[in-house]
Design a protein around this ligand. Structure first.
Ligand SMILES: NC(=O)C1=CN([C@@H]2O[C@H](COP(=O)(O)OP(=O)(O)OC[C@H]3O[C@@H](n4cnc5c(N)ncnc54)[C@H](O)[C@@H]3O)[C@@H](O)[C@H]2O)C=CC1
Ligand SMILES: O=C(O)CCC(=O)C(=O)O
Length: 476
């Protein structure tokens, strides 16, 4: 074997991973030969390397036909185009898969792309023997067991704000719809009833919007709400600079007692489960409104039903539920949860099928952003933007840099590993090296030069022998 000519547009790699928390599996080293006439060399659009020159090598870790990607939940076409242009094999599904089918499918893929419905639990991930990355084509990542994914070397990416504006706009629409009881009036007209009323219908100007969670979405919403003449108060765990005239309040209770409209924009966490329950609803103003477009677990729906039946809460909008079907067309009824039938009896309750981020703009942007993160990761090992791994990147290799290989070693975060790795690399020049850790897992990247291709296998096998190893990848 010879080192690739400088004109080569591909870079080859091997990858293997130990099973979780066990010593190295059989080192099934697979060296892939360069595809003849490899014709899909998408330039790695890498905004993280502004110094990247046009003479930079376009890295490909495998002969690209070897990369298998499973995209679930109708991920936007923009992602498919980027991934297919790389030559990866992309299997696309419109819906989430039942767990058994998911387990079967995930066994053979290197990357899986999901949205909010697919639960990547430890039970599912333990079957994913080839998995190197997960793309969450959304903001929330609570559907993935992130520490477990890291422990098996699967790097998880998301899109932290591409749909934030869409959610904020939906909430603004809902505030006005609720204030004017518009969905009830519309339903009555559809049913043939003319019901012209003004009682308990309000302008939103001068009303107080209470935002729980002043992050990407909460902050966007704050600006939009002020433009409508609303007063904005917010509660967040951390001090956050207010936009416009908004004011942070010191406690959740302080927000509950003041808000005319209360809206939730917090992540799904153990601490946010039932953040709004019977006690919090009782503290809210009589005749106030609740909006939840965060996660279904954050509001106790049973308590909300009771508070709306009593008239204490005058209206609500729910975009997310503790029970959500996996696919469009599925029925939303008591077979999912008896609570659904209770919800359906309520007036001035807007129910939407988790569409907060479902706009053309958001989905296209998310598709591009996550797909590009995946390409950078697959082709160059960059974990910039990862949510469960340390963020590590090295600049790309230049075409003239012959005989350089990139070693990526994901390992358990223990004392002495760096020394062991560097002993293995000691006969070569380490041109660049970066390493960082996140909890139990560390990620090391090193570019080493003057490596003969015949030596790669032995380097690879030596790294694989380290008991700290989670995953070794060599790009060359
Ligand atoms: N309905 C939909 O389609 C969508 C729903 N979402 C959901 O919205 C959530 C929020 O999204 P972003 O604003 O982008 O998140 P973000 O991470 O930018 O902001 C979340 C904020 O909540 C705060 N927070 C966390 N725990 C809290 C607590 N217990 N009490 C008060 N504040 C707390 C954080 O400090 C942070 O400022 C996501 O995690 C996701 O679950 C996101 C996009 C679309
Ligand atoms: O659009 C989706 O599938 C999920 C949106 C969402 O909830 C998120 O981005 O966290």
């Amino acid at each position: 074997m010879t080192i690739l000519p400088t004109s080569a547009r591909d870079i080859r790699s091997s990858v293997s991973r130990s099973p979780p928390l066990s010593v190295s599996a059989s080192p099934s080293t697979t060296f892939h030969s360069l595809r003849s006439g490899s014709g899909s060399p998408l330039a790695v659009r890498n905004s993280y390397f502004p110094q990247q020159s046009i003479s930079e090598k376009q890295l490909k870790p495998f002969a690209t036909e070897d990369i298998k990607i499973l995209l679930l939940e109708n991920i936007n076409e923009s992602a498919r185009v980027i991934l297919e242009n790389q030559g990866y094999q992309v299997e696309f599904h419109r819906s989430a898969l039942p767990e058994e089918e998911l387990i079967e499918k995930i066994k053979g893929v290197h990357v899986i792309g999901i949205r909010s419905k697919t639960k990547l639990t430890a039970n599912v991930l333990k079957h994913a023997k080839n998995l190197i990355a997960v793309g969450c084509f959304c903001i929330g990542t609570s559907q993935v067991d992130l520490p477990y994914a890291a422990s098996v070397g699967a790097t998880v990416f998301n899109s932290p704000f591409s749909n934030s504006r869409s959610v904020a706009e939906l909430v603004i629409a809902e505030i006005i719809l609720l204030a004017r009881q518009l969905t009830d009036r519309s339903a009555e007209m559809h049913a043939g009833t003319w019901n012209k009323v003004s009682s308990r219908c309000w302008e939103v100007r001068g009303k107080t919007l209470g935002i729980i969670g002043y992050g990407h979405i909460g902050a966007q919403l704050s600006v939009l709400a002020e433009a409508l003449g609303m007063d904005v108060l917010y509660y967040d765990l951390v001090p956050i600079m207010a936009l416009g005239k908004a004011k942070q309040v010191p406690s959740l209770d302080a927000l509950l007692v003041k808000a005319d409209f209360l809206t939730l924009h917090v992540p799904e966490l153990p601490e946010t489960t039932n953040l709004i329950g019977a006690k919090q609803l009782a503290l809210m103003k009589s005749g106030s409104y609740l909006i939840n477009a965060s996660r279904g677990s954050v509001v106790d729906c049973q308590a909300l039903v009771a508070a709306m039946r009593s008239g204490h809460i005058a209206g609500a909008a729910l975009d997310v539920f503790p029970f959500e079907p996996a696919a469009n067309g599925a029925t939303f009824n008591a077979t999912l949860s008896p609570l659904i039938e209770d919800l359906k009896t309520l007036k001035n309750l807007i129910l939407t099928p988790h569409i907060g981020g479902s706009t053309e703009e958001a989905q296209k942007a998310i598709g591009e952003e996550v797909a590009e993160s995946l390409v950078r990761f697959i082709n160059a090992g960059s974990t910039v933007g990862a949510v469960n791994m340390p963020e590590v990147a090295l600049r790309g290799l230049r075409v003239e840099e012959e005989g350089i290989i990139r070693v990526i070693f994901v390992h358990r975060n223990r004392p002495g590993v760096l020394r062991q790795v560097n002993e293995i690399l000691a006969d070569h020049n380490v041109d660049k090296q970066m390493s960082d850790s996140r909890g139990e897992v560390a990620y090391l990247m090193a570019d080493i030069s003057n490596v003969k291709e015949a030596e790669i296998k032995s380097l690879y096998e030596s790294l694989e022998m380290l008991s700290s190893k989670i995953m070794t990848r060599i790009l060359y």
